[in-house]
Design a protein around this ligand. Structure first.
Ligand code: DI6
Ligand code: FE
Length: 405
């Protein structure tokens, strides 16, 4: 009997992402055997096919399923009006100071039920899945009360019941000072550290804790308090750092062995050195750079020189990056930041897996790794970074299960 838990992929041209040196490894058409959600054999003889579901890839490219390691997928409301304001000359930070920006999404998200948040997120999630994504990180950060932050994280986790995808959740309660704490940011940080983080840890709603360390977010001292509280509760940390200015948030995140620092347009060499020594991943978010019409680019050449792995993510959010397509971010990281298509592919596979603390199980095609894969109607991996607007995806495999989208 054919069971869902055993799959043989035939004639797959594998882009394994297993060589850490330069160069793609793209195999001749070969066989991949999957059992119980894991890759068990590569290049093997066809087993006695009894009990296996067979899938002929017909020479198509197979990459690891893409991982979007930074999204704000759960939110209500729309910020097209602010897009228009910015194009009429009002800066993003000014909109935020006037109570728009993140706070306008907070107001809409607080009013939405968990079920409404799920329904609003599904079309965005579908966009990501069509771009070959199998794992999505989803942050809270538009609730900013105990109940609303937890509601967002529950909605994020519930997406796994609606689509074949793996969700990783991040608590971003320190995203903005909520209106009722205006002028009392330290008191809000007390709430985050003493109540929200402990509850999230207890209910296992978040895998990680993030902070927006910025002039319009939280300062270094407040960020450090959040990191200390997170680690006390066994949660890993990461940061939205050096997006609009250089506060030193990346160095602080590195000191706390953070998984990643994200945005980093204003990162300098001492920050890059700190990442290199802590093994923290540099996550590039070209959608926000593009949408905010930023001109300061992340220090790509320094990151290369110091061998800091670069991940790429959508930052999908209503204010600064409303884009639900990870291959478009690959293209943007090449055209806007000068990455090579190969660096871009690492950025959405092995390096984004590392940015999620999943580097030993996802983001590569290797024996023992999770069978999370994307099958493409393409002949060369560079094509993934090349064209936007045409879906080249043939199918995805999530935990060993074949899904047509
Ligand atoms: N940086 C970002 O790009 C998002 N959050 C953050 O800290 C933007 C969120 C928003 O404008 O709604
Ligand atoms: Fe973000």
């Amino acid at each position: 009997m054919v069971t869902k838990s055993k799959l043989v992929m035939l004639n797959a041209r594998l882009v394994t992402m297993t060589n850490d040196d330069k160069g793609y490894v793209c195999s001749d058409p070969t066989t991949l055997i999957i059992e119980h959600g894991k890759i068990v054999k590569i290049g093997a003889e066809l087993p006695d096919s009894d009990g296996y579901q067979l899938h002929d890839c017909k020479g198509k490219l197979v990459t690891p399923g893409l991982l979007d390691c930074h999204t704000h997928l759960i939110y209500a409301g729309c910020r097209a009006n602010e897009f228009e304001m910015r194009l009429n000359g009002v800066p993003y930070e000014e909109i935020a100071r006037q109570g728009g920006g993140i706070i306008s999404t907070v107001n809409a998200t607080r009013q939405a039920s968990e079920q409404q948040l799920i329904e609003l997120a599904l079309p965005r999630l579908d966009g990501l899945l069509r771009s070959g994504v199998t794992t999505v990180e989803v942050k809270s950060g538009y609730g900013l009360t105990i109940e609303d932050e937890l509601k967002m994280l529950r909605a994020a986790k519930a997406l796994e019941q609606h689509r074949k995808v793996r969700i990783e959740t991040t608590l971003l309660a320190a995203h903005a000072v909520p209106p009722e704490y205006k002028g009392r940011a330290d008191d809000y940080i007390d709430l985050v550290c003493n109540q929200i983080i402990p509850l999230c840890a207890k209910e296992q709603l978040a895998d990680c804790v993030d902070v927006f360390c910025e002039g319009i977010g939280f300062n270094l001292e407040q960020t450090e308090r959040v990191f200390v509280a997170a680690q006390k509760h066994g949660l890993q940390v990461k940061g939205h750092t050096e997006q609009l200015s250089n506060l030193g948030g990346s160095e602080l995140t590195a000191q706390y062995n953070g998984l990643s620092v994200d945005h980093i347009e204003y990162l300098d060499e001492s920050g890059v050195r700190a990442l290199a020594s802590s093994g923290t991943i540099a996550t590039l978010l070209p959608g926000a750079f593009y949408f905010l019409r930023e001109t300061q680019k992340p220090p790509i050449e320094l990151l290369r020189q110091h061998n800091v792995p670069m991940a790429i993510a959508t930052d999908l959010n209503p204010g600064t990056s409303p884009f639900a397509d990870l291959t478009m971010m690959m293209n943007m990281s090449c055209t806007l930041f000068g990455l090579t298509p190969e660096e871009a592919l690492r950025g959405v596979t092995c390096h984004s897996a590392q940015a999620l603390g999943l580097g030993n199980s996802r983001g590569k095609i290797a024996k023992g790794y999770d069978a999370d894969l994307a099958i493409w109607n393409l002949s060369h991996p560079a094509q993934l970074s090349y064209q936007v607007g045409v879906s080249h995806l043939s199918a995805r495999i999530v935990q060993g299960e074949l899904c047509h989208v």
